[in-house]
Design a protein around this ligand. Structure first.
Ligand SMILES: C[S@@+](CC[C@H](N)C(=O)[O-])C[C@H]1O[C@@H](n2cnc3c(N)ncnc32)[C@H](O)[C@@H]1O
Length: 335
């Protein structure tokens, strides 16, 4: 719902109290209530006993979550997950979104409370050191959601890549979710994975011993001016363009293009802030969040990302849909 769709005063108050809704959803997941209700329906009292919760606030939280539609309360006073949300709130389901919900709240809630100061002064409420520690923690907590997106991305981009792929470079690899899928698809391929040293220790934990043999892990700041090593058939910038400082982005994309072999492909994935997403209220807040968290990054539109690639002489640009908010732009290096 956008602010224009409710009575104006009500819309303003609802927006001002949006954190109520965010925090109650977070508590539902974090306290294990959703996981417990996924196993079996329970009364407020039964949940309090099982999860050691305080009776009155727990009862109020359950009512609030039922009013939000996440839960249903039966005639027997037992709560259960509402059918529409069950797959996303049930940790046993592969569509589980609980980790992603927790990550959003835990990694941006405090920073957002510094928004007024950020807009007044331009300073990021999160220091570089804190941001890097958060990146490492996020890589460690890579969610089922990002694995699913990576699976869809890998499936969607593979048919667009000409010829056998021998070499992949993944810049800002995090958990390397996409590259791991590509290595599975191309048994002869080797990969170079670049991220900050603190993050790479988490990356290594995601690789199977066989994948580990085929990967070179390189700790470095991708915004440093040195070229990336080697020439690769596929160079990946997955969910990186919206976290890199705006002033560094053009040069980073150029280094990625320079590290691409003739006829090779650069893959840029992001939650691009333009079409086909029509939820501009969300996408513009996403862009603001990127800036707030980094002090200078922002959400890019597809057109902006394409322009960066075209400025490096890349050709045959294609936008690949993945059925989720993440899309990929593929660009070829001239032969
Ligand atoms: C949003 S995560 C994306 C991770 C992964 N590529 C994916 O799609 O799941 C952004 C990644 O970029 C890395 N990163 C950000 N700035 C970086 C820099 N200056 N040098 C190297 N890596 C960087 C972060 O550490 C983090 O792992």
């Amino acid at each position: 719902m956008t602010a224009g769709e409710a009575a104006p005063a009500e819309a303003l108050l609802r927006s001002a109290s949006a954190f109520y809704f965010s925090q109650s959803l977070y508590a539902l997941v974090k306290l294990g209530i959703a996981a417990s209700l996924a196993r079996r329906a329970a009364t407020a009292g039964e949940l309090c006993a099982e999860l050691s919760l305080a009776e009155t606030p727990a009862a109020l939280l359950l009512e609030a979550c039922a009013a939000s539609g996440y839960l249903e309360r039966g005639a027997d006073e037992r709560y259960r997950l509402a059918a529409a949300f069950e797959p996303y709130l049930n940790p046993a389901d592969e569509r589980y979104a609980g980790d992603a919900i927790a990550n959003v709240v835990e990694f941006s809630y405090d920073a957002w409370s510094g928004l007024t100061e950020h807009v007044r002064t331009g300073a990021a409420p999160v220091s570089l050191q804190q941001r890097r520690a958060a990146s490492a923690e996020l890589a460690r907590r890579s969610t089922r959601g990002s694995d699913q997106i990576a699976r869809r991305l890998a499936g969607a981009i593979a048919p667009h890549l000409a010829g056998p792929v021998d070499s992949v470079l993944d810049v800002g690899c995090g958990s390397a979710a996409l590259t791991r899928r590509l290595l599975d698809a191309w048994p002869a391929a080797r990969a170079t994975l670049i991220d900050l040293a603190t993050v790479l220790s988490a990356t290594a934990d995601y690789l199977t011993p066989a994948q580990r043999e085929r990967c070179t892990l390189l700790a470095r700041d991708a915004t440093a001016p040195e070229p990336f090593p080697g020439r690769h058939d596929v160079v990946i910038l997955s969910n990186v363009v919206h976290v890199v400082p705006a002033g560094e982005l053009g040069a980073l994309v150029r280094r990625a293009c320079d590290a691409t072999a003739a006829n090779g492909t650069v893959v840029v994935t992001s939650f691009f802030v333009d079409e086909p997403s029509s939820d501009t209220a969300f996408t513009s807040h996403f862009s603001l969040s990127c800036h707030l968290l980094s002090g200078s990054a922002r959400g890019l539109s597809c057109a902006q990302a394409r322009a960066l690639l075209e400025a490096c002489g890349m050709t045959r640009l294609r936008v690949v849909e993945t059925g989720s908010t993440t899309r990929a732009i593929l660009a070829a290096r001239r032969g």
